[in-house]
Write a protein that binds this ligand. Structure first.
Ligand SMILES: [Fe+2]
Ligand SMILES: [Fe+2]
Length: 483
């Protein structure tokens, strides 16, 4: 018996008394060979859960395999006009680097040089300062780079006219065309976009990551029963064998903002709340999250309803405000946006997950014709893909509120994500675009008057699941009425 206890002790596993007699035989089979970096307690409940689902599942809870690649926590000190200038300069330079990598953009020159090249073909990279339709049906753009600005005209006869409709203010694009009288007549338009690939990075073993957002605890129509069902499933107490197998092999749970409903987010919100103290809303959430198996990593970013400044990047949740969430051993709190790498090992680089709550989405869905026509409010993945093509989470000034960083624009998508996960639209959707899987999360809140006003059409209580071995995306509905 001593030998059994010592064997586990050496691996930093403490045995709870009720199971000591049960694990005399083949005890080494119960756990992985490796040593854990943290003490865990093996209880009867934990042991039974693992036996129940699959004899082969081993307890490897201590190995977390999480790396926070980018999480912003800049202070919100007063900014000056010159900070905006340096912020946009940084955006221009970052996206110019992406565009300049393209084979067909090796001939780009500065605007100050190009403007003198009358009757010649010229290519520019610039920031869209202005865009207006003209009386004769052209699209007229003012493009800027650090050396100057130039009027750019896109004629409706040109093939690229449809592409030009998708150009938004303040984004950085490349154009090729013909110079005449200090104006560029455009033949081709390039967005920085994602690199073309048909290959998806895959893990060697079957392991799952799941995605949720917009829990909105504190609101009267928080879907408590449905959320509790989800918690039961993740703890292997609910679902058929296939669903339990997924739960057992889930290692990562991403929560993409709007954890609580907050207080004072919109006029008369208190009429819709049943928890009026935002700290108590977070405590309630901590209570729920503490029920989740501790071997599952919880990666959490804030959204516009959370108790933080609205300006992006929003820092991670306040250590005092959400102290019970901070206290959970398996949580990783990051900013909005953030990049988190999961599941890396000595011979696997892991998956990069770009988390963004999605505050800018409404602006583009309302203002870009192709997104409106594609009903992007109900199919948010097309709006998310639009942002990936811009390589920016909120390209237009006014599409979000943001902190202008000195010498940086943290909302540029300079790192190619394997997963781009968003909340805010309260409706699940997904799409694979080149090597990136886009996941728009569902919610845990019924339709409120506020959601109605936003024009959102929620489809709540869905959990999206990705099998990291196959990259297959699936969904479980914990709601009563499947539509
Ligand atoms: Fe929300
Ligand atoms: Fe939101």
């Amino acid at each position: 018996m001593k030998e059994v206890i010592k064997y586990f002790m050496d691996k930093k596993i403490l045995l709870s008394p009720e199971i000591i007699s049960e694990i005399e035989e083949n005890y080494s089979d119960l756990i992985d060979e490796k040593n854990y970096d943290k003490i865990i307690v093996l209880t009867k409940e934990l042991l039974d859960k693992n036996k129940e689902v699959n004899e082969d599942i081993k307890i490897d809870s201590a190995e977390r395999r999480i790396k926070i690649i980018k999480s912003h926590n800049a202070d919100s000190q007063k900014r000056e006009v010159k900070d905006f200038v340096s912020h946009f300069k940084a955006r221009y330079n970052k996206i110019k680097d992406i565009l300049s990598n393209r084979q067909d953009l090796q001939d780009v020159i500065s605007i100050s040089k190009g403007i003198e090249k009358n009757n010649q073909n010229v290519s520019f990279i610039g920031l869209v300062f202005d865009k207006t339709p003209t009386k004769n049906g052209n699209i007229s753009i003012k493009l800027e780079d650090p050396t100057g600005s130039i009027p750019v005209v896109v004629n409706p006869e040109k093939e690229c006219f449809e592409i030009a409709k998708n150009i938004v203010l303040d984004e950085v694009i490349a154009v090729k065309g013909f110079m005449r009288n200090k104006t560029l007549f455009v033949n081709e338009i390039y967005f920085p976009d994602m690199p073309h690939t048909n290959e998806l990075k895959k893990a060697e073993e079957e392991v799952y990551t799941i995605f949720i957002s917009d829990i909105h605890i504190g609101n009267k129509v928080f879907l408590k029963d449905e959320f509790e069902k989800f918690l039961k499933w993740i703890n292997l107490e609910l679902g058929d064998d296939r669903q339990k197998n997924i739960a057992a092999k889930t290692k990562y749970l991403f929560i993409v903002g709007d954890l609580v409903d907050g207080v004072g987010i919109y006029p008369d919100q208190d009429l819709e709340l049943n928890i009026l103290d935002v700290r108590k809303q977070y405590d309630q959430l901590a209570c729920y999250l503490s029920k989740i198996r501790s071997d599952i990593n919880l990666i959490i970013c804030p959204g516009n309803h959370d108790a933080l400044r609205l300006s992006e990047p929003q820092p991670f949740l306040d250590k005092d405000m959400a102290k019970n969430i901070w206290a959970l051993p398996n949580t990783f709190l990051v900013s909005n946006p953030a990049i988190v790498n999961i599941h890396s090992s000595d011979n696997f680089e892991g998956f990069n997950v770009l988390m963004y709550h999605g505050n800018s989405m409404h602006y583009f869905i309302d203002n870009v014709e192709s997104l409106r026509l594609g009903n992007a409010r109900d199919n948010a993945s097309i709006a998310s893909k639009f942002l990936l093509q811009k390589r920016h989470l909120a390209p237009t000034h006014g599409s979000n509120v943001y902190v202008p960083y000195k010498d940086d624009d943290p909302l540029v998508i300079d790192n190619i994500p394997d997963f781009f996960v968003l909340g805010e639209m309260h409706r699940p959707d997904s799409l694979t675009y080149n090597g990136t899987t886009i996941i728009n999360c569902s919610c845990w809140q019924g339709k409120t008057p506020y959601q109605e006003k936003m024009g959102n059409n929620p489809l709540p209580s869905r959990v999206q699941i990705v099998n990291l071995k196959t990259r297959e995306v699936s969904m479980i509905n914990f709601g009563e009425n499947d539509k």
